[in-house]
Design a protein around this ligand. Sequence first.
Ligand code: NDP
Length: 286
Amino acid sequence: MVMSQIIKGKPVADAMKEVLTKEVEELKAKGINPKLTIVRVGARGDDLAYERGALKRCDSIGILTEVKELPEDINQEDYINELKKINEDPATHGILCFRPLPKQLDEEAIKYVIAPEKDIDCFSPVNAAKVMEGDKSGFPPCTPTAVVEILKHYDVDLTGKKVVVLGRSMVVGKPAAMLLLNENATVTICHSRTKDLQSVTSEADVLVAAVGRAKMVKENFVKDGAVVIDVGINVDENGKLCGDVDTDSVKDKVSMITPVPGGVGSVTTSILAKHVIKACKMQNNA
Ligand code: NDP
C-alpha cells in the first residue's frame, strides 16, 4: 500500500500566475495590452461557467477581455463575418470560440476561418497540425496542455515512461498523447474499442483518463505507484462532481493523483492566459 499524494491544480496555477503577471507588466511597459476575445453563441451553462473562470483568471493576471455574445440562432454567414472582424481587430491577440457550435453552424468550415495566430485553443487545423509536428509556435488545446504542465510542476519525469491516454477526442485524448510523446514518453492511446482495457492501462507509469465516464477507472486499472491524471468532469449517482477515476478505489495504490474538482480544470484557464500572452508577443515581435 502506498500513500498517494493528491496533486492539486492550484499550486500550478499560482506558480504560473506569478510568471504571467510579470510578463503582462513588461508588455504594458512597452504600451502593449494583451487581450482575449471570447466568442459565445447563446448562453449554455457550461460555456458560462468556463467563461467566468477564464475572465477571472485573465483579469487577475492583467489581460484585457471581451465577450462577443452572438444570438443562439445566428446563421453561418453572420458568424463567419463576426469572427473575421475579430480576426482583423488589432486590439485582440487571442480568440476563444466556444464549441460545440449550434447545429446550424458548420464547425468543419468555421475552423478554417479563425486566424491561426490568434487561435489560442486549437480550433484551427493549422494549430492541430503543429501539435502533431511538435512545432512550438502553435497553440495546443488548453486542457491537454494543462495535463503536461501539472506533470512538470510535480516533477514527474516523462522521458521513456509508459504513458497510457484513455480517450481519443480532438479536444483532449489525441492532443494529450501527442504532447506527451513530444516529452519523450512512450504513449499508448485507448478508446471504446480497445480490447482488454485494464491490461493496457495497468501497465502505465502515467495514466491520463479522459473518457467522460464517472469513476470508470478502478483499482484494477492502475499499476502500483502509477501517476494518475484525471481529466474527466462528470456527475456521480449522488449528483456530485467527479472524475473518470474512482479515487477512493485507487488512492492506496497510486503514487500521485489529481483531484476532481481542483485538478486539471483549475489549470486550464491559466494555460489559456499563457497562450494569450504568447500570441500577443508573437503579434508584436515583443
Ligand atoms: P469525448 O466524449 O469526446 O471522448 C471520450 C473518449 O473516451 C472517446 O475517445 C471514447 O472512445 C472514449 N471512451 C468512452 N467510453 C469508453 C470506455 N468505456 N472505454 C474506453 N474508452 C472510452 O470526451 P472529451 O474528450 O471531450 O472529454 C473527456 C472528459 O474530459 C469528459 O469528462 C469531459 O467533461 C472532460 N473535460 C475536461 C476538461 C477540463 O478542463 N478538465 C476540458 C474538456 C473535457 P471512442 O473514440 O471509441 O468513442
